[in-house]
Ligand binder design. Structure first.
Ligand code: GLN
Ligand code: ZN
Length: 766
């Protein structure tokens, strides 16, 4: 019998229950016991859902109050002394590492948080000491939660992060120089102990995640697999059988590691992302080893095409036999929303194309049954699935011939501005009069409670569109007046009409749909609700022109139009899986191109196209994949901005500071002005712009926008002095790190006053 398996289930609950519970605990409204009880309730509920769906292999220890990697930090005692010294309750120490703690004499910032592979989930980075001593928690969470499930009548397969990935994803703590992987031999005995405890608790199987196998691994990490799994795979009856899981990429380039894994029970690979790795992986399996075939997408919301998935599994079965193949989700379902059932407002036609976590459970079950008993056993499901797949492929909502025709008409010249930067900037200087060290902001101003209240009223129909527009105009007028008083040079309208920088545009484009409850965890208690691209994208009408035009009309100062770039619109949505992402990016680019041209025609002389997500789209491995991505992503950006004349100034913005490995992509965007985050980083990072002879103007952020703290004028002056060691006065713009939407007005005004005064100070000197 071919078994069905799930690698992990979303933790938040149907209505973001976990978010509510943790935040309520953080704010002191509920007790620790209440939070622990809610966690337990959610775990039990999620196990029961999976059992009821008929899933054979159900995960445990996939639940985390904040992050699964942070769980392992505590599990193995990798807690830096600055946290442990307070002797907090384990749960509070855990949250202190995740989000920092400033309360009752405790004052520690959080550990670093970084993106989990190429997903929008973020994990907490393990930080090791030079003299790191590992220590297994007295009551290891994987054991406790395995027993909890067992008691509730659900036999689970605990999930743990493997030692090579845990160490490779970590780093040396501040002021330390240890290479984490060099500590492998000291960590392995704890894994042995943990596995023995799991076995003693009754666990027959364990899923051990080693996702770093999809990376281009540093030699030391790669070499670590052999000693690690020779140990962990040879514990005999003392340990559960191990299934090693990889996802989000292929492992072909690391296939020589597989022989060292042959004492493991099984290997899981992602066949949604990289179906072509099947042959190579199957060829490298040991004689009895099982293949867990990830054929149900853990990263996207589309219904699985049963026919295609079954074909993939059958291929594996032909080579290995039924008893050596498992049907699985490609990765944990952490990255998809909980259930489609909560979506009451979705159009029925479109709803039928989606499958969220709960729905994906039945998918693995049906596929496993189809290959075990033959298609007749699930005839109805296969039939309905084929109809749904067919309806999506032929729907008018997915295919728009006009969009296709327009894409066919895209020429190479459409990606190029008319003249090179030097010519453009000379033209711009004549038309946009700016002092040296021009000051500006990144776009948004505080999104006050009043703005949210009015937006809610409008959404609920409690005020009319006219009333809402009037309110937005007043907000814009107010923000413009404040900026004039602050004496900023290039103003913005403040984005009060935008709920979110992607959703706002998605709502104005055809091809997008929105959900009401489809939240996915981004980090800790923070969830995002990405819009879904279902069909060809076009722009029925201007999206931002009215607000920008109004802003232009009420001020003599240059006004900057504000758009979200094609790659960010794509990356922060659930993309289609039926056409390549480059095609979707080009459609978005064409829609934005029209908007850019319309803004220019409306008298907006400066237009900023934000692309904070450009870098996170980078394929995980270097090489041709990455180059291909950079090519189409850069082309999309250029297509969106190159429709204007030389006098119109194109800005772009990025929320990060390191461009070393990414410089040529940024330069290739051919923007006139670039703003980046820099306030918390070393100004030396700007050196790359000098070394690479970057000519365009650049505004490295001079203050952090994540904190209410007001930087003094002196601090900003010092910062600018440092920047001037690398950039020329003609080139340097003065701005904050990012938009100010999460800030309050008091600190915003104070910070910007100091920023403007600092710029004026330098103007006097030059
Ligand atoms: N223009 C956007 C803002 O100011 C940019 C946000 C971002 O880069 N994440 O809010
Ligand atoms: Zn930003």
């Amino acid at each position: 019998m071919v078994q069905s398996s799930v690698l992990g289930f979303p933790r938040m609950g149907k209505l973001r229950d976990l978010k509510k519970a943790t935040e309520s605990y953080w704010s002191g409204k509920t007790s620790r016991d209440e939070l622990l009880a809610e966690g337990k309730r959610l775990r039990l509920e999620h196990w029961k859902i999976q059992k009821a769906a008929g899933v054979d292999i159900i995960p445990s220890n996939d639940f985390a109050f904040y992050d699964q990697v942070l769980d392992h930090i505590q599990l193995f005692g990798v807690v830096p002394e600055r946290y442990s010294k307070y002797n907090l309750h384990a749960l509070d120490e855990y949250f202190a590492m995740g989000r920092g703690l400033q309360k009752e004499g405790v004052d520690v910032p959080s550990l670093e948080m970084v993106k989990w592979f190429d997903s929008n989930y973020h994990y907490v980075k393990p930080t090791l000491q030079d003299n790191q001593v590992f220590k297994l928690a007295a009551e290891p969470k994987p054991v406790v939660q395995f027993l909890e499930a067992k008691e509730a009548g659900v036999v689970t397969r605990p999930v743990i992060l493997g030692p090579v990935s845990f160490l490779t994803l970590g780093k040396a703590d501040r002021g330390q120089s240890v290479d984490p992987i060099s500590k492998l031999n000291e960590l392995l005995p704890l894994y042995e102990e943990l596995l023995a405890k799991l076995k003693a608790a009754g666990a027959e199987d364990v899923q051990i995640d080693e996702p770093v196998l999809v990376f281009d691994l540093p030699a030391k990490s790669k070499a670590a697999f052999k000693p690690a799994y020779e140990k962990l795979g040879n514990l005999g009856d003392k340990a559960p059988r191990l299934t090693l899981a990889t996802y989000f990429g292929d492992i072909v380039h690391n296939i020589d590691v597989l022989p060292s894994l042959q004492n493991l029970y099984g290997i899981h690979v992602d066949l949604v992302r990289n179906p072509e790795q099947l042959d190579t992986v199957v060829g490298a399996l040991g004689p009895k080893q099982v293949l867990s075939a990830g054929v149900v997408d853990g990263r996207n919301i589309w219904k699985t095409n049963f026919k295609a998935a079954i074909e993939k599994v059958e291929l594996a079965i032909q080579k290995l036999g039924k008893e050596r193949v498992i049907v699985a989700t490609s990765s944990s379902l952490l990255h998809v929303p909980h259930t489609l059932e909560s979506e009451k407002k979705l159009d029925a036609e479109i709803r039928d194309w989606f499958s969220f976590a709960v729905e994906k459970l039945s998918e693995v079950v049906v596929i496993a049954k189809a290959v075990t008993e033959g298609p007749a056993a699930v005839k109805e499901q296969l039939q309905a699935n084929a109809e749904s797949v067919q309806s999506r492929a032929s729907s008018k909502r997915t295919n728009d011939p006009a969009v296709k025709a327009r894409q066919d008409g895209v020429t190479p010249e459409m990606h190029n501005r008319k003249s090179p930067f030097a010519t453009r900037i000379a033209e711009q200087k004549k038309s946009i009069k700016l002092p040296l060290f021009p000051t500006t902001t990144i776009g948004s101003f505080p999104q006050t409670k009043e703005i949210r209240v009015q937006r809610n009223k409008f959404t609920k129909g409690e005020i009319t569109a006219q009333e809402y527009e009037k309110f937005i105009e007043q907000e814009i007028a107010e923000v413009v007046k404040i900026q004039e008083e602050l004496d900023l040079d290039v103003l913005v309208h403040g984005e009060p009409e935008r709920n979110d920088m992607v959703q706002y545009f998605g709502e104005r484009l055809t091809g997008y749909v929105f959900t009401t409850h489809a939240w996915v965890q981004s980090y800790g208690s923070r969830c995002v609700r990405p819009p879904i691209i279902v069909g060809d994208i076009s722009r029925p009408a201007p999206m931002t022109v009215k607000e920008s035009k109004y802003a232009v009309s009420i001020s003599k100062k240059p006004m900057k139009g504000m758009l979200t770039g094609p790659i960010t619109c794509l990356r922060w949505s659930f993309p289609r899986d039926d056409v390549h992402q480059s095609v979707q990016a080009q459609q978005l680019a064409l829609a934005l191109r029209d908007e850019v041209v319309d803004l220019e025609a409306a008298g907006v002389k400066v237009i900023q196209v934000d692309e904070p997500a450009l870098r996170e789209g980078l394929p995980l491995r270097s090489g041709s994949e990455r180059e291909k991505y950079i090519k189409w992503a850069v082309e999309a950006f250029r297509l969106s901005t190159a429709g204007v004349t030389d006098v119109t100034q194109i800005h772009s913005h990025f929320c990060y500071s390191e461009f070393q490995d990414f410089f040529h992509a940024i330069a290739a965007l051919d923007t006139d002005v670039l703003s980046i985050e820099n306030s918390k980083s070393d100004a030396k990072l700007l050196k790359v712009f000098v070394d690479e002879k970057f000519l365009a103007h650049i505004g490295p952020g001079v203050f952090d926008i994540h904190s209410p703290r007001v930087p003094s004028q002196q601090e900003i002056t010092d910062r600018i002095s440092e920047m001037l060691q690398f950039l020329t006065p003609e080139q340097l713009w003065i701005n904050p790190d990012c938009g100010l939407k999460t800030r309050g007005w008091t600190e915003t005004k104070a910070s910007l006053t100091n920023m403007v005064n600092a710029a004026k100070h330098f103007r006097k000197q030059h």
